[in-house]
Write a protein that binds this ligand. Structure first.
Ligand code: TEU
Length: 557
């Protein structure tokens, strides 16, 4: 059977443009500063579009660019239809969309509609204290209990109670993040209508889709303390789909920390008309400590990681769709978390890319990952900017944790690891800005930067570029059936992808020690080597000696 016939076999998903796409996430504040104020901006992004085009990506997910007091770097929006002044203007944005489109790249916006900023006019109205204000019911207000306390003990993700008392109205409002991010009341049909109208306004400007912030929260029932997967969640998503992007060809990806393969099917199954795909985080939380969470991470357990990734590959085999990612703006740098930034940075970054990009799903590359940027070794809490890190620092210290111990956790897991400026060159501030960056540049920019990576054909950047191109030329990477091998091996990941007569085998050593493995009898490592991070190896032998972090992929047709 030829590959095109295989693609239209019954049981396989219909083809969508985003099946073959690779996305790239930009955190605008830290990407490229065009005017020297130390903060990245839209004009800066435009100036880097050729770099991204060259890498081969199809879609850019922009973290929020809307007007915001920046309590949570833009995830606190005060005007959904305006651009933050430090990022530029609506004209700049329209130019970005057009310039990206001219290069075959779509722009996906971050849709943050679980909450707004407390400076959003809706909330300003809502909290005036006048109970019959038409905006009162745009947010979630509750009377104090008889002892004056909050309605229940729901906690904010950023630490402390999720309810804050408002003197003016004598009631509590809900905020599952900072107190400056009040939760919208999705039960109010006027709130939903406003959001859909805003979404259509952006869609009409030519965007390619949305990444939806904590979208698993919108069906919540705060009184029952149900936050994720609330009773109305899927009803609202179907309503949103029908009212906005349902009849357009857009990519929608929900951020869903709560997703399981079962719920992912609810979100992304074709007949349900909700989302294209979700971000699931099981491979992330796997490394969190029971007590301290991400602030005292556990070492990587490869068997557990393979189990999670394999489970998701199998569950969404014939319907629904996976997203694939190692990092984002909330997570540590991929090579620091899953690889070996100190000993084998280049080899392990390439290995991780190989493993991820040859799975089934849409890969998302987080800015700087393609050059192997690492976590930042801040030595004092004053160097951190992230609201979550600063709040947690206080809470952990108040609870008796030693400052150095917290810093060690922050070095490994703070969101600021991902937010230090993109390292463009070995010039001052890594070529990110001619001014003083809003957060310190990682001091390793002299040896880790985009200019050097692009110039060196053996770099991590070129490895990413090749992997991204492979997805475009080999349908087996897009649609092939996933199977895994040596599942109990704690050091090596072996999987295959099969489509028609094509079989791709991927072998990756996740350790700094060499490994010797017996090739399972039912797979054969013969054919063309599509990707490797050392010299191409001789194929066909029944035993394989793998070098530290060696990874390669072989295609047999
Ligand atoms: O993140 C949701 C979220 O739950 C994270 O804040 C998470 O709790 C934390 O990073 C893991 O410890 C989204 C955005 O991606 C994040 O940047 C925002 O701060 C948050 O929502 C609020 O909008």
């Amino acid at each position: 059977m030829d590959q095109i016939t295989a693609l239209t076999e019954p049981g396989l998903p219909l083809k969508e443009w985003w099946h073959t796409a690779t996305a790239y996430q930009i955190y605008p504040r830290s990407f490229s500063d065009s005017d020297g104020d130390g903060i990245g901006d839209i004009a800066g992004i435009i100036s880097r579009l050729d770099y991204l085009k060259n890498l081969g990506i199809d879609v850019i997910w922009l973290s929020p660019i809307y007007r915001s007091p920046m309590d949570d770097n833009g995830y606190d929006i005060s005007d959904y239809r305006a651009i933050a002044e430090e990022f530029g203007t609506l004209d700049d944005f329209d130019r970005l969309v057009a310039e990206a489109k001219a290069r075959g790249i779509g722009i996906i916006l971050d849709l943050v509609v679980n909450h707004t900023s407390d400076e959003h006019p809706w909330f300003v109205q809502s909290r005036t204290g006048v109970q019959d204000n038409p905006y009162r019911d745009f947010y979630i207000w509750r009377k104090p209990l008889t002892d004056g306390g909050p309605p229940n003990d729901l906690q904010s993700s950023f630490g402390g109670p999720a309810w804050t008392f408002d003197e003016a109205s004598g009631e509590y409002y809900l905020h599952l993040f900072s107190r400056r991010q009040p939760d919208l009341n999705w039960e109010n049909p006027r709130v939903r209508a406003e959001i859909y109208s805003m979404m259509n306004w952006w869609i009409d400007r030519g965007i390619a889709g949305f990444r939806m912030d904590v979208i698993d929260y919108i069906g919540k029932d705060a009184d029952q303390k149900i936050v994720t997967d609330g009773p109305q969640l899927h009803t609202y998503l179907q309503e949103m789909n029908a009212a906005t992007y349902g009849h357009r060809d857009l990519l929608t990806v929900g951020e869903t920390w709560s997703a399981t393969p079962q719920t992912a099917m609810l979100y992304s199954s074709r007949d349900r008309a909700e989302l294209s795909m979700v971000f699931q985080f099981e491979h992330v939380t796997l490394q969190w400590d029971v007590l301290y969470g991400k602030w005292r991470p556990k070492p990587l357990d490869l068997v557990a990681l393979k189990t999670v990734l394999g489970k998701w590959q199998r569950a969404l085999e014939t319907d629904g769709w996976n997203s694939l990612f190692w990092g984002n703006h909330d997570l540590p740098r991929a090579v620091s978390r899953y690889g070996d930034a100190a000993g084998y940075r280049v080899e392990s970054a390439k290995m991780l890319a190989t493993v991820l990009h040859l799975l089934k799903g849409t890969p998302f590359v987080y800015q700087g990952e393609e050059i192997g940027m690492t976590n930042v070794p801040f030595t004092t809490i004053e160097q951190y900017r992230d609201i979550e890190t600063l709040n947690m620092h206080k809470l952990h210290l108040d609870a008796g944790r030693l400052a150095d111990d917290f810093l060690k956790g922050a070095n490994e897991s703070s969101r600021d690891n991902a937010r230090t400026p993109m390292q463009w060159s070995n010039e001052a501030a890594g070529g990110f800005s001619s001014g003083i960056p809003w957060i310190e540049v990682n001091e390793n920019y002299k040896s880790i930067n985009a200019a050097d990576s692009v110039a060196d054909t053996s770099s991590i950047w070129h490895h990413y570029r090749r992997l991204i191109a492979l997805r475009k030329t080999h349908p087996v990477i897009v649609y092939g059936k996933f199977e895994s091998w040596l599942d109990d091996d704690p050091n090596v990941f072996v999987y295959s992808r099969t489509l028609g007569t094509s079989c791709l085998v991927v072998i990756a050593n996740f350790k700094p020690q060499p490994q010797s493995i017996e090739i399972p009898a039912d797979i054969r490592i013969i054919g063309v080597c599509l990707s490797h991070n050392y010299e191409p190896r001789e194929l066909g032998a029944p035993r394989l000696e793998l070098k530290p972090y060696e990874a390669f992929a072989v295609l047999q047709t």
